[in-house]
Design a protein. Structure first.
Length: 262
């Protein structure tokens, strides 16, 4: 909105703590959304045909969002101080790690019962169309030179109600034949679902900086309901220009963000 030059965002949640687990864990089990599996290698399996439910997680993140002018001014000030202190390597550092190209946040008031795939697809389309209009970045360009951070929580492999099936439906509606080019990532297979903490946004920035992507957790058995053309990450070097992130929460809040290389 241009009201601040710099914003610090901090998020933390302890959903898997001894205090919250009896409430949240039992709640998700009552809904049939939490996994009953005791073997982590058989439970943390995003997009897998054998998935049986989500795993609660905990954690915290911090991010600093700056205007480009503010970031460059800060970097110049820090570089000057480093030079005065006899530190030679600071001037080579980029003023920021990645660009936030766009965001969308909406509410369908439906997710508490189930995910509304038509609403998800519609909001994905609205977001990607806004990126095309504002930045001239086509969905084909995003698919070919980007990565997608999924919300997938490993909920049971239903062809209609699972998180993965609804996400993939939305992606197919938006990217069409280009979906086969879009590399799909997932962090919840490693962290569980930390509820109010988005590890995906932090990892998205690191992926853009390093050109390295994490693999999908554990061995995968193809879920025929999702199709055979999904490009699931195997990890490793993958230089990319864009990182798209999708989240869905109770309410139903839907959030999308697109980051670009610095």
């Amino acid at each position: 909105m241009g009201r601040a030059e710099r914003v610090i965002v901090i998020a933390g949640d302890n959903a898997s703590s001894d205090n919250l687990m009896p409430w949240l864990g039992n709640g998700f089990r009552a809904l049939g959304a939490a996994t009953p599996c005791a073997d982590i290698k058989l439970a943390a399996i995003p997009f897998d045909a054998r998935r049986t439910g989500m795993i609660l997680g905990s954690g915290g993140i911090g991010m600093v969002f700056e205007s480009e002018e503010g970031a460059r001014r800060r970097n110049a000030w820090a570089a000057k101080n480093a030079e005065d202190a006899g530190i030679d390597d600071y001037t080579a550092r980029a003023p920021f790690r990645a660009r936030l190209l766009g965001t969308l946040y909406s509410n369908s008031a439906y997710h508490g019962a189930a995910m509304d795939r038509q609403h998800i697809a519609g909001e994905m389309e609205r977001f990607v169309k806004s990126i095309e209009d504002e930045h001239g970045i086509s969905r084909e360009e995003i698919a070919q030179h980007g990565v997608y951070f999924s919300h997938e929580t490993s909920t049971h492999a239903s062809p209609t109600s699972s998180c993965a099936s609804n996400e993939v439906y939305g992606l197919r509606e938006v990217f069409g034949e280009h979906l086969k080019d879009l590399l799909i990532l997932n962090t919840k297979g490693f962290t569980g679902h930390p509820m109010g903490v988005s590890f995906e946004d932090v990892v998205a920035c690191e992926v853009l900086v390093s050109g390295m992507v994490p693999p999908i957790a554990n061995d995968s058995v193809l879920d025929p309901h999702l199709g055979s053309d999904l490009k699931l990450s195997r990890g490793g070097q993958y230089p990319c220009k864009y990182a798209m992130r999708f989240a869905a929460g109770f309410g139903s809040q839907i959030a999308l963000a697109l980051y670009g290389v610095a």
